[in-house]
Design a protein around this ligand. Structure first.
Ligand code: FAD
Length: 429
């Protein structure tokens, strides 16, 4: 099944709350015939547009191709959380790659939030950026572990922006009794992702990047990229397709698996009904619940399990279950928008960066941590193409195992693992 077309109409953004409130970008023309560029980028999300912008600013000619529209993929429909650090904690990373590289990965994690803030400022992107991200623990054991980790970061990484919260402290932010405590990070942030990715497209276009929408890439070969209606001849190609890569590059697909996730928006709520301030939150469930409020006090709540590549018929009903478990007093709240999206995970939850042959670059598999990291990934690819490979190499050195079972069996294996972990979330074990 081709996830590029399985759940959406070609060339249309999903029916998200973002699509309703974000001023639309004028369409970019489809590729027709043959053209040349220094670099051809497949995918107009955070990864592709950030790479394009930074390459164009360095004087390179760049063509970006997207099968649908700018921000059609996960970048235009996600939870909007701009999370610092890496998807794995530093203790796990130190074990995985050693102290030196773990330190470099920590710095890259900090840089990822910085670049988002800088681009928003430079491009004057109006995307409702708000600071503060809370991590909420369902179990007391998790609270102890997360507070120990805050102390570890302060001691070993000099990081003092994470603040431990007990259950009462957490209730100062979130209007529910279900959590045992947590941590608030003051550097992380959240934003309207469709407004942000549209802003990146405007900046890229202003820097000289040529963007083609409705241009489905069918083949990537050394020196050229082919769509149904044209060809781009380019010495360097960047695959920025994340969960929508499909069969375009089997070597990457063996390490990066698509998975769907879902979000709802409620009708505007009374102040304080869900959150007492405009921070965002995510919880300790294996199938993570994440949420925040909008300027007009809607609750945007993401979560819910679905183990098929087609979106379920009733996304609102699916997401209402974890929403009601988190906020029992909102169990019957009016849901006005419900949508799904495809992200990509890896075996060890660290993104997969690779130069698979000279001139072919890719970064994907951000495992739900891609708003900040994909933006920086684009920049790191742009640096690497210009010969400055230090940061790209740190990311590429992180082990990136293949999924067991290969393309045929990885999905059933994932379903059984997810069903087991989803059950553990429900039982609270
Ligand atoms: C519901 C949901 C919630 C999420 N919440 C968060 C969050 O709160 N915080 C966070 O950090 N991360 C979150 N993520 C993950 C984050 O959105 C992604 O990691 C990030 O957007 C990846 O960006 P990207 O540019 O690599 O890929 P995408 O934005 O998916 O872009 C890939 C693009 O490639 C195009 N494409 C693919 N194949 C082809 C082809 N053959 N020809 C032409 N074009 C092609 C697609 O059309 C698409 O536009 C979430 C994801 C989802 C789905």
């Amino acid at each position: 099944m081709d996830l590029l077309f399985a759940n959406d109409r070609q060339g249309a953004l999903p029916p998200s709350w973002y699509a309703e409130v974000t001023p639309p970008l004028a369409p970019f023309p489809a590729l027709r015939g043959e053209t040349r560029a220094d670099i051809c980028i497949v995918g107009a999300g955070f990864t592709g547009l950030s790479a394009a912008l930074h390459l164009a600013r360095a004087g390179r000619s760049v063509v970006v191709l997207d099968a649908h529209r700018v921000g059609f993929g996960a970048s235009g429909r996600n939870g909007g959380q701009v999370l610092g650090g890496q998807r794995l904690d530093q203790i796990a990373l130190e074990r995985m790659v050693g102290r030196d590289d773990a330190r470099k990965l920590w710095q890259i994690g900090l840089d990822s939030v910085r670049i988002v803030r800088d681009l928003i400022e430079e491009g004057e992107i109006s995307c409702d950026l708000q600071s503060g991200a809370l991590h909420a623990e369902w179990q007391a054991k998790g609270v102890t572990e997360s507070h120990d980790y805050v102390a570890y970061l302060a001691r070993h990484y000099d990081y003092t922006q994470a603040e431990p919260l007990d259950a009462a402290g957490l209730r100062g932010y979130v209007n529910t009794n279900v959590y045992a405590g947590g941590v608030i990070d003051h550097v992380s942030a959240h934003l309207n992702p469709l407004a942000y990715v549209s802003g990146l497209a405007r900046m890229a276009s202003a820097a000289g990047v040529t963007i083609h929408e409705k241009s489905h890439v069918r083949q990537v070969a050394p020196g050229h990229v082919t769509t149904e209606a044209g060809t781009v001849r380019a010495g360097q190609v960047v695959l920025a397709c994340n969960g929508y890569l499909g069969g375009l590059h089997p070597q990457t697909a063996a390490r990066v698996m698509p998975i769907n996730n879902f979000i709802v928006a409620t009708a505007p709520l009374p102040r304080g009904a869900a959150l007492h301030s405009r921070i965002c939150a995510a919880d300790s469930n294996f199938v993570v619940n994440y949420y925040r409020t909008t300027a007009d006090n809607r609750l945007l709540f993401g979560g819910g399990e679905s183990y098929g590549y087609r979106f379920p018929r009733d996304i609102a009903a699916l997401v209402r279950r974890p929403l009601a478990r988190t906020f029992p007093h909102l169990a019957d709240v009016e849901i006005t928008h419900a949508w799904g999206g495809t992200l990509a995970i890896t075996m060890n939850r660290m993104p997969h960066f690779a130069q698979t042959r000279p001139g072919l670059w890719s970064a994907s598999g951000y495992s739900g941590h891609g708003v900040a990291m994909a933006t920086l990934a684009g920049r790191m690819i742009a640096e690497a193409i210009q010969g400055q490979t230090d940061r790209f190499d740190v990311m590429a050195r992180v082990p990136s195992p293949r999924f067991p079972g290969g393309a045929a069996l990885r999905w059933p294996l994932l379903v059984s693992a997810m069903t087991w972990y989803g059950l553990r979330d429900k039982l609270g074990i």
